[in-house]
Design a protein around this ligand. Structure first.
Ligand SMILES: [Ca+2]
Ligand SMILES: [Ca+2]
Length: 238
């Protein structure tokens, strides 16, 4: 009897164990599968929401961020242009006969002289001759125009020949300048063609994205009056 009871008990245990042995497999796999499905379903909704929020945030951030980078490039380029002007004044003072350098005509950064005696010589800035940055912040070579007579000698009676109109036609042009240095900046707009056509006329202006008035070139120049003043102060002109 005992043995039978014990045997039944054992059998009962075995069957419970079997039941447990089966149940955990079902109970652990089945609910997990459900959980996995529901959590992956939730994740997809969540992901979609995250993506929407992300794109909204990035859309809102990228515009100002790229504008900020662009602003930094413009500031860097304007600072480089001020250095170039100082280098041009320094170059003029350092010559036995004070003069401005000719443009670089073959891309080696050195002036190609002589470059004529009348009108305006146009080319790239002789950055290596001057010892300044080779490019603007966008990697463009600097454009350079110089009044040819001033590449021979600057005297107290020298006048320049570089004419710089304003992108805003209501603003007066600056005519008869000694030299001009141009950064094409980020884009080449139709208005800016005047800065690349190789003649004595150039165009400056405020940054503009206004349709048909787009302009982003950065243009600086040397007035012959300031050049002469510097040369007198340096004792190079009487
Ligand atoms: Ca431009
Ligand atoms: Ca022109």
């Amino acid at each position: 009897m005992m043995g039978q009871k014990h045997g039944k008990k054992l059998m009962g245990l075995d069957s419970r164990r079997q039941a447990f042995a089966v149940f955990p497999i079902r109970s652990l796999t089945a609910p997990r599968k459900m959980g996995a499905e529901s959590s992956s379903g939730f994740s997809m909704i969540e992901m979609a929401m995250v993506l929407v929020v992300f794109s909204l945030v990035m859309g809102g951030l990228l515009g100002p961020l790229s504008a900020q980078y662009e602003q930094r490039r413009r500031a860097k380029t304007m600072a480089a242009q001020q250095e170039i002007l100082q280098a041009l004044y320094g170059f003029a003072m350092s010559q036995t006969t004070p003069r401005l350098p000719c443009p670089d005509a073959d891309g080696d950064g050195l002036e190609n002289r002589p470059c004529g005696s009348s009108g305006v010589a146009v080319g790239e800035l002789p950055w290596a001759t001057l010892g300044v940055a080779r490019d603007d912040a966008w990697g463009n070579a600097w454009g350079y125009g110089v009044s040819r007579p001033l590449t021979g000698a600057v005297t107290l009676t020298s006048a320049g020949g570089v004419d710089i109109q304003n992108a805003d036609p209501s603003v007066a042009a600056v005519n008869n300048m000694a030299a001009v240095v141009i950064s094409g900046a980020r884009l080449a707009y139709p208005l800016e063609q005047e800065n690349r056509d190789g003649d004595k006329d150039f165009i400056q202006g405020d940054y503009s994205e206004k349709s048909t008035h787009e302009f982003d070139d950065l243009v600086v120049w040397i007035s012959p009056n300031i050049l002469k003043d510097r040369l007198v102060k340096a004792g190079k002109l009487p």
